[in-house]
Design a protein around this ligand. Structure first.
Ligand code: AKB
Length: 331
């Protein structure tokens, strides 16, 4: 099937006057560039403003319409929104779970102050705003299998605490000020763009190691089950969720997921394509503790019912495509 068909269909169904102009913060991270590329494909070259705080490297040829933007500077966000005639903010800047534990004050600043600034700007300029949440917003007291949307949330990482704050503050701005806030709780996202400082990152590194050395040393126990999703499905979830009519949303923060697996199971999937692949284990106690406090699978039935969310990729398809993409990158 044509992997772009669903995106083309959505673009064609969008009236010209409703085509978004999107500003993405943290756009040089794991999720921003794929989303920016798809937005340009759907809504035109000038529909996206990519922003972040570092210089673009010469080999990052997919990055365009790029501007420096520090999300801790609320005035600078205002300026970018006004000058760029922005209608939608996608706020990806955040410190992830493992790296957040190494620098709690910075995580608090980026993840909490950043969200406050983004919501204030969204309120001032009547913007639609998407802020991702995560399985990290749950904790050890949460039911770990088929975790529902509404349940106990007592995360034990600063990342998780800040994401619960983002969920609640966004929903508050929605109810109190009418801000069109939307959030999805993502599982680990598997992409051929490198993540930074997460607990689910092994599920990406395993492919790079498989192709480079035929061997991956995993920092999680072989039986650690976590929910995951392929990159293109993640992009689809954001775009279809943002395009959904407000009236069809029964909530503002939804779970979305693809499939769940353990390190042992993803290694078996890789062996279907690379029979000599080996995995060994050197457990990182911090990341193991974090993974053990997160759901093993998510119940995303409300997203499926409310705005027809659906993932297209399973584990073996993800494995096949990741191997092909990384082979191409290494060639
Ligand atoms: C992490 O591992 O910190 C992230 C996440 C699941 O939010 N990938």
């Amino acid at each position: 099937a044509d992997p772009l068909a669903r995106f083309r269909q959505l673009a064609n169904a969008t009236p010209v006057g409703e085509k978004p102009r999107v500003l993405i913060t943290g756009s040089l991270g794991q999720l921003g560039r794929g989303l920016a590329t798809m937005l340009r494909f759907m809504y035109g070259e000038d529909s996206v403003l990519m922003t972040d705080i570092r210089k673009v490297r010469a080999d990052e040829t997919d990055v365009c319409n790029y501007h420096f933007l520090d999300i801790l500077n609320e005035g600078a966000i205002d300026e970018a929104v006004v000058n760029g005639r922005v209608t939608t903010l996608i706020h990806f800047s955040a410190l992830l779970s493992a790296v957040g534990e190494q620098n709690v004050p910075l995580a608090l600043k980026v993840n909490c102050q950043g969200v406050q600034n983004i919501l204030e700007v969204a309120k001032r300029h009547s913007l639609k705003v998407f802020i991702p949440s995560t399985i990290g917003a749950f904790g050890p007291e949460t039911p770990r299998v088929d975790t529902p949307d509404i349940t106990v949330q007592r995360p034990k990482t600063i990342y998780g605490v800040s994401k619960v704050y983002a969920e609640l503050l966004g929903e508050y701005y929605h109810h109190r000020f009418g801000v069109d806030f939307r959030s999805l709780r993502f599982p680990g996202i598997i992409s051929a763009t490198k993540p930074g400082g997460g607990t689910t990152d092994y599920a990406i590194k395993i492919f790079y190691d498989a192709l480079k050395d035929g061997h991956h040393v995993c920092y999680l126990r072989p039986d650690t089950r976590l929910p995951m999703m392929y990159d293109t499905d993640c992009t689809a979830s954001v775009l279809f969720f943002l395009a959904a009519q407000s009236s069809s949303l029964s909530m503002r923060t939804y779970n979305v997921t693809g499939f769940s697996f353990t390190p042992e199971e993803i290694a078996a999937s890789i062996r279907k394509f690379m029979p000599d692949f080996r995995i060994t284990y050197e457990i990182c106690p911090m990341r193991q503790r974090i993974a053990d406090s997160w759901p093993q699978s998510l119940d995303d039935s409300i997203a499926r019912a409310d705005w027809a969310w659906k993932n297209d990729y399973g584990l073996d398809q993800t494995t096949e495509i990741m191997i092909a993409l990384i082979k191409r990158e290494m060639a």
